[in-house]
Design a protein around this ligand. Structure first.
Ligand code: NDP
Length: 240
């Protein structure tokens, strides 16, 4: 029987590429999203992958969402904590909501979603968890105190959880993407983007598929001895 994989924020960008990659390799894939019904419906019609709308920044929404997925589809074997947002501005202008929304959506979600399904993985003594961090969680980024803090937290979350889960057959790893051509990066002003690309040794933005290939490896049986690691996929921009 094929393994069930949940990708949060799976309806566009990196998440969509991950969904397609896992489906192509025989996983039963489920995509979560937050609010954009039009894009999510189009994704579902295009791919046939079931979609589940719930806010990953809310504990109760995650508990209900995970329970519904496991009832409809089956126990979740593979979790990709991918959903994320940006609310960029410098610290001295940052509002509480900009801080809180980014921290609860990007980092809180890793706890809320994982906590809602970890006991099932432990009982079945198998699981694969991949958390999508960021180059900006490793290196920091001007105008992203909220985002860098949340993403940096994901890397600590990954290492601690990996230690707890190793004896029960669950691996936990992170991927730290560099700048990838998705809606999130298209929102960056062109002049800033040009400066960023100039600093990427391979001379281009990443493609969502570059990240999806990394996820495919980390969730595979071949990666059973890989846990607590961070795979940087960034075109050489930050060697960490
Ligand atoms: P996109 O903005 O293209 O897509 C984000 C996805 O997350 C959408 O499916 C969105 O759903 C979903 N989402 C957002 N908020 C919530 C929420 N509260 N509950 C449930 N789902 C939500 O992002 P990317 O594909 O660019 O990024 C994916 C991940 O990779 C993020 O964690 C991001 O921080 C990280 N990353 C991205 C980089 C890049 O260069 N693009 C670089 C480094 C890391 P909806 O459509 O409903 O809004």
């Amino acid at each position: 029987m094929s393994r069930v994989a949940l990708v949060t924020g799976g309806t566009r960008g990196i998440g969509e590429a991950v969904c397609l990659k896992l489906k192509e390799h025989g996983y039963t894939v489920v995509a979560n999203y937050g609010s954009n019904d039009t894009q999510a419906t189009a994704f579902n019609e295009r791919t046939g992958i079931p979609i589940y709308k719930f806010d990953v920044g809310s504990m109760s929404a995650c508990q209900n969402g995970i329970a519904q997925i496991e009832k409809d589809i089956g126990p979740i074997d593979v979790l990709v904590n991918n959903a994320g947002i940006t609310r960029d501005t410098t610290m001295h202008k940052m509002q509480y909501e900009q801080w809180y929304d980014v921290v609860r959506t990007n980092l809180g979600s890793c706890f809320y979603v994982t906590r809602s399904l970890i006991n099932g993985m432990r009982e079945r003594r198998f699981g694969r968890i991949v958390n999508i961090g960021s180059i900006n969680g490793q290196a920091g980024q001007y105008g992203q105190v909220n985002y860098a803090a949340a993403k940096s937290g994901i890397h600590g979350f990954t290492k601690a959880l990996a230690q707890e889960c190793a004896p029960v057959g669950i691996t936990v790893n992170a991927i730290a993407p560099g700048y990838v051509a998705t809606d999130m990066v298209r929102a960056v002003p062109e002049v800033v983007l040009e400066k960023i690309i100039a600093k990427i040794p391979v001379g281009r933005l990443g493609e969502a598929d570059d990240i999806a290939r990394g996820v495919l490896f980390l969730v595979s049986d071949d990666a059973g001895f890989v846990t607590g690691s961070t795979l940087s996929i960034n075109g050489g921009q930050h060697m960490y």
